[in-house]
Design a protein around this ligand. Sequence first.
Ligand code: NDP
Length: 502
Amino acid sequence: MAKIADIEDRSYWHKTAKSVPLPTQAIIGGRQVDARSGKRFATINPATGETLADIVEGDATDVDDAVTSARRSFDAGHWRNQSPLARKRVLLKLAELLNAEQQQLAAMESLDMGKLVRDAAGNDIPTAINILQWHAEEVDKTYDEVAPLPVGNVGLIRRVPLGVVGAVVPWNFPLNMAIWKCAPALAAGNSVVLKPAEQSPLTALRFAQLALEAGLPEGVLNVVPGFGETAGQALGRHMDVDCLAFTGSTAVGKMFLRYAGDSNLKQVWLECGGKSPVVVFEDCEDLETAADQVVSGILYNQGQVCSAGSRLIVQDSIRARFLDLLTERMAQYRPGDPLDPQSRLGAMVEAKHAANVMRYIEAGCREATLVAGGNAVTVNGRGSFIEPTIFSDVRPDAVIAREEIFGPVLAVLGFADEAEAIALANDSVYGLGASVWTDNLSRAHRVSEQIVAGVVGVNVVDPVNPAIPFGGFRQSGSGRDLSRHAAEKYTALKTTWIRFKD
Ligand code: NDP
């Protein structure tokens, strides 16, 4: 384990990033394998534009191999029939192995998608491990139900694993997204086929390698890197996948519903986009803290967060003052080398996505007032970075008020009274997160009750905790990640009705 002083040193992270072995092969049936086609694709460091490694490019044939091996392991009961205590121990061992490699995983995550290493090491990786431990601890503490039937009958109502779970995850929190899906699915006894995003396959592959080392039987966790249109679609359409858990864009989420309808009606659980409102009332006493949280809420991970508070709805009476607080703070977030722990803003995941965000910024310049930022920049002459950007005077029907930008871009709208604030907050096709800032207790309850969102934070922006369900209403998706409720997605209720003689 490195010393804290080392971790704060840029050269420590550059050394770690250079020396960390990068996994490149798929994991199918407990073995590291190439694609049947022999194809590979480059995974690129968006902070430098350099190729990090050539990764196996799985397609429908490899997905089929992975599903077959997952089915085989499930039917044989190699994992699901182990005692709850034994399954818990394997998952805790996996957490221990990940824990021992925290710095390497943080460096991989930073290299692969441009994330700040300080965030990966200080938050993302420890959070992912904590979530795995949380679901592991649940395995031998979960009870089933007995139904209230007439004497002479016993009704056992149990939650049983579904079988083969497919998971298709995005690039913004690579290890977290893999663990958010895999941990509860594995804890419930399923076998899993995971497809990481093409931009960020590294930590998912390492996760699967360590799972084998921890004692997870072969075939229980398979990882097939590849592209969405090929490998992702093949998983979505596979006739022997029982459940598909997805995080990503709403457009692709809709495709998974179609794939299921066209194939075997597999269960589909979606965690899609958001345009989360942050509502700040004039009776909020601590505007400084509110400003700190609004800024970190939109700039964490360069704004590439589905639940980022990207729509600030602030009462007209305090709008000018609050904007000053925001611009002061944002000025401190200059894009920098993601491997430098002093940097405050990392790279965008890829040049294509950065160009997309810049198109939104250009639209914003036409339809609102640019208050800060607005430029694409390089660091040391390389990479895809975008300045923290604020638009004010944003109309509710403006593109930047309605669409998910997924970048460091804050749209600021004003309101006169509580009713208008609630109407603006709910004026979206999404309903993932929301935040309300007030010191009036009745208002806090009233407003949070009326806002349509999976999680409403009062005097906090975007709180995440393993014990709190995460997911949304409307086109933000269905089902919940995290907490005990995650298990509901990966299990079905099974009743055994027993009639016995006197
Ligand atoms: P996508 O929704 O395209 O990607 C998410 C996952 O779905 C990836 O593994 C991807 O594979 C896969 N995928 C893509 N197309 C298909 C398909 N046709 N069939 C099956 N699987 C598919 O997100 P993007 O990375 O393209 O980002 C676009 C926008 O999505 C962002 O700007 C943002 O608005 C939103 N988004 C939301 C996220 C969230 O956390 N809710 C996370 C990421 C993005 P691959 O990448 O390998 O091609």
